[in-house]
Design a protein around this ligand. Sequence first.
Ligand code: CU
Length: 124
Amino acid sequence: MKKSIAFLLSSVLMVVLAACGSSSSNGGAADNNLTAESEIVIEATNFKFDQEEYRVKKGVPVKITFKNVEGNHGIIIPGLKVDLKGKSQSKVVVPKETGEFEIACSIMCGAGHSTMISKLIVEE
Ligand SMILES: [Cu+2]
């Protein structure tokens, strides 16, 4: 019984990792040669991000900075091809569509991992 659960979990993890791998290629939504006109900072602790929502403007280059304040975490925002981790890392993106994008922890950090979800809201 225990073995099959472990197998199931590892297959789920493989699928998640595969999805992350394919979303990290640059598909036009992100470009690191851009000059940011605004910035948001997302700070991670055990086990949450410092805000439930982060707001940015559509079409405005925004520098997304991720910081590990406590523990070891990462962020993925699949909708914007953002994948940051480490002590402090940032990326400039230009959100092309309005809407809500999920920010999730990308590192299996412990018991509270699955609750580490915030929203990036792109406004007109
Ligand atoms: Cu995590």
